[in-house]
Design a protein around this ligand. Structure first.
Ligand code: SF4
Ligand code: SF4
Length: 208
């Protein structure tokens, strides 16, 4: 019985003079363990606004909202719903658009406060023929880069890049399409109509 008591006294003395194992969190910071998979954050330089992360999120914590008049796509992660599974980062098409950080604190005074969300905004490209959303400009440029020389076969991809170089106002949506509308940023449906049907020929479908 005596020996355990001596050991306990030794342990007590060692603990008394060594640094505490516990932290003062939340009064002070507490570092995460290495490789901790925490809250996701967007990397604005590598996110192209494709929306894949919102589609694969199992808890539907990511919302993709298109402001068509403003030509902006907003992707927003609600940290209150995020289960930190890492699917968004794993399935991101660029591999670097969103990454899990080592942040873990969800404590906010107001659940609607900006600190409770992670947001990224990207410019939308609208179809010049019908006004529907085509994709985010950076997404089109990313596809163009990957296609290389093959991108020259697609006017929308070329125009997406050229509009960065010059201030060219997109034309207004129109009710009838002709072959001259080829060189426009057009959605897949309108491009199919431009290529296969000339509305003025009388054989095409009526206006949009
Ligand atoms: S590029 Fe990645 S982070 Fe950005 S919207 Fe697409 S999947 Fe999400
Ligand atoms: S970590 Fe998982 S739950 Fe959180 S936003 Fe990404 S996919 Fe959704």
């Amino acid at each position: 019985m005596r020996l355990p008591k001596v050991r306990e006294i030794g342990e007590a003395l060692r603990s008394f003079f060594s640094a505490p194992y516990t932290t003062k969190y939340p009064a002070g910071p507490s570092a995460s363990f290495p490789a901790y998979r925490g809250l996701p954050r967007y990397d604005k330089d590598h996110c192209v606004g494709c929306g894949t992360c919102a589609q694969v999120c199992p808890s539907q914590a990511i919302e993709a909202d298109d402001d068509v008049p403003g030509k902006v796509r907003r992707l927003r992660v609600d940290f209150g719903s995020c289960i930190q599974c890492g699917q968004c980062a794993e399935q991101c098409i660029t591999g670097k658009g969103i990454l899990n950080t080592d942040e873990y604190s969800l404590a906010v005074k107001d659940v609607a406060a900006p600190a409770a969300f992670e947001t990224v905004e990207k410019e939308l490209v609208l179809c010049e023929c019908c006004g529907q959303v085509i994709a985010c400009r950076e997404h089109l440029l990313w596809i163009k880069e990957r296609l290389g020389a093959k991108a020259f076969a697609h006017p929308t991809l070329l125009l997406a890049a050229e509009r960065l170089l010059a201030e060219v106002e997109p034309s207004k949506p129109k009710s009838r399409l002709r072959r001259e509308d080829q060189i426009k940023e057009a959605c897949a449906r309108c491009r199919q109509r431009i290529v296969t049907i000339d509305d003025f020929s009388g054989t095409g479908s009526p206006g949009l």
